[in-house]
Ligand binder design. Structure first.
Ligand code: SAH
Length: 494
């Protein structure tokens, strides 16, 4: 089929292009490098294969030939492949080599550019790579290689004379030797330099120095990879142009365990507030075959999740029935996300629970006379009986329609889940089935793994489930939404 060689941007997941995001959502397989944010992998289909092809973290890694072969094999088997690379795929990303290999093997491919760290890193430190009257050229240099190597492609004497901006992409261990090579070749030792680490991501930091001191400064401030070094007078603009953003979730490493389809919006919200987000879905949503009920028989529909809205309305619309089928009927949503989901299908909710739970809906409807009302509740199989029982007690005729069920995601495994847990300090649980599945995957081993971490339950039902399984120390959002979770985490110290 086709290989899409995609640049996913420098770190902040929102810096991906719309085109890349769309294509990732369509592909069968994602083959990804180091530094690809989890939130971007979460853009892929739930059932897409995810293959790590990076070189970090002590995992066994593939060399470039193996990666080329892997891409070709997958394409020949008929899969569509998203080959995900940090920054831009053709800026020191070896995307060109992969494209050449695919071309030689007559495999269809397409390149989708990304924002390179060579531009984004200076920019996020308040340094314009070029600036009128200060620098009219930009030189992007890879300094992964040892600058003292005799067969280097780099001409240090030319670089040292450059009047524009030099941006080095390299490992943090190279900082001092780059500075040395420039000084030895005659560059002024007071030339301003900046080091930007983890640019655009939640852990971004930068320091400003001058050429003769930058090596020491990097060590003193503990600058680690990935980092970019910028050399040139544009660096002086950082003082004025860099604005530290006060982000409420800065420094937190948060694990989102929602189903893949919902994980992107949640992780985008958390990362826009400064968190470093990991995604490990603990539930999959699986649609159940159901017949569309006789819509005219109902006076009211109650939706208790975004999934219920999506599955029910997709089915209705796929049968060439449109929103008019709800004309004259009352629509209720459990909370703002469900209300917004209805809106996306052209339907405005008439009512919403005050507290976003089944209890909240019952509380609101208590004020009403429900006798002889016919109510349909499309929802998850095996959901709590509370809502249906309570409405029946209030005199309503209630039909529950199971439109989806939740299951353990097929890719979830003990090693993978334990690994991601070891990287985070905060874990968000958004449903009782997510909590149960966490225990299913890890058994009682989960307890030491989550000890000392901040565990967050989106609401009381999830919280009670955690308690039932022996987790008593957790915080619970006051409003049962993503923003409610953010509020509960603001200012909360681990
Ligand atoms: N294709 C990538 C570069 C790959 S080479 C791009 O266009 O950005 C890898 C190097 O890029 C790293 O060693 C580091 O120097 C730089 N880099 C990538 N992401 C970075 C980030 N978020 N912050 C700082 N440097 C980064």
């Amino acid at each position: 089929m086709k290989v899409y060689i995609i640049g996913t941007g420098p770190g902040d997941p929102e810096l991906i292009t719309l085109k890349a995001a769309r294509i990732i959502g369509l592909c069968d397989v994602l083959v990804y490098d180091d530094l690809i944010p989890h939130a971007i992998l979460a853009l892929g289909r739930e059932d897409a294969f995810r293959i790590y092809a990076g070189k970090r973290g002590g995992k066994p890694h593939k060399n470039q030939d193996e990666i080329n072969m892997l891409l070709a094999d997958l394409a020949k088997k008929g899969y569509s492949i998203a080959r995900l690379k940090g920054g831009d795929p053709f800026v020191f990303g070896r995307g060109g080599e992969e494209a050449l290999f695919l071309s030689e093997n007559n495999i269809d491919f397409e390149i989708i550019p990304g924002i390179t760290s060579a531009i984004a890193a200076p920019m996020y430190a308040g340094i314009p790579p070029t600036h009128r009257s200060i620098s009219s050229s930009l030189h992007i240099v890879t300094a992964h290689e040892d600058p003292l190597k005799t067969d280097s492609f780099l001409d240090w004497s030319l670089l040292a004379k450059d009047k524009g901006t030099l941006v080095f992409l390299m490992g943090a261990s190279r900082i001092a030797s780059i500075a040395d090579s420039l000084i030895k070749n005659g560059m002024d030792v007071t030339t301003p330099c900046a080091l930007v680490q983890d640019a655009t991501g939640s852990r971004q930091r930068h320091i400003i120095s001058i050429l003769k001191d930058v090596g020491q400064a990097g060590i003193a401030h503990g600058i680690t990879s990935p980092c970019v070094m910028i050399v040139g007078h544009v660096v002086n603009l950082s003082k004025t142009l860099y604005k530290e953003r006060q982000l409420p979730l800065k420094g937190k490493n948060i694990l989102v365990t929602r189903p893949q389809t919902l994980a992107w919006s949640t992780s985008r919200l958390f990362s826009s507030l400064g968190a470093n987000v990991f995604v490990y879905p603990l539930i999959d949503i699986v649609e159940i075959a159901f017949d569309i009920p006789d819509m005219s028989a109902y006076d009211m529909f109650i939706f208790t999740s975004q999934n219920a809205v999506r599955v029910f309305l997709e089915k209705i619309y796929s049968c060439d029935i449109d929103a008019r089928t709800f004309s004259g009927k009352e629509l209720w949503a459990i909370g703002p996300k469900t209300r917004d989901a209805l809106k996306r299908y052209g339907l405005l909710a008439d009512g919403m629970a005050g507290v976003f739970s089944a209890e909240g809906i019952v509380e609101q409807l208590k004020k009403r006379d429900l006798k002889k009302m016919n109510i349909c509740i499309p929802r998850a199989k095996g959901a709590r009986p509370y809502l249906v029982d309570s409405l029946k007690k209030m005199g309503a005729n209630v039909d529950e329609l199971s439109v989806y069920e939740t299951r353990l995601p097929p890719h979830a495994d003990k090693g993978g889940f334990a690994d991601v847990l070891s990287k985070v300090d905060t874990v968000i649980f958004t449903s009782p089935s997510g909590v149960k599945n966490a225990f299913k995957i890890l058994g009682d081993d989960i307890k030491p793994l989550v000890d000392k971490k901040t565990l967050v339950a989106i609401g009381p039902v999830t919280g009670t489930c955690m308690e039932d399984l022996g987790i008593t120390s957790y915080i619970q959002a006051n409003t049962y939404t993503d923003s409610g979770i953010v509020d509960s985490l603001k200012g909360y110290k681990n």
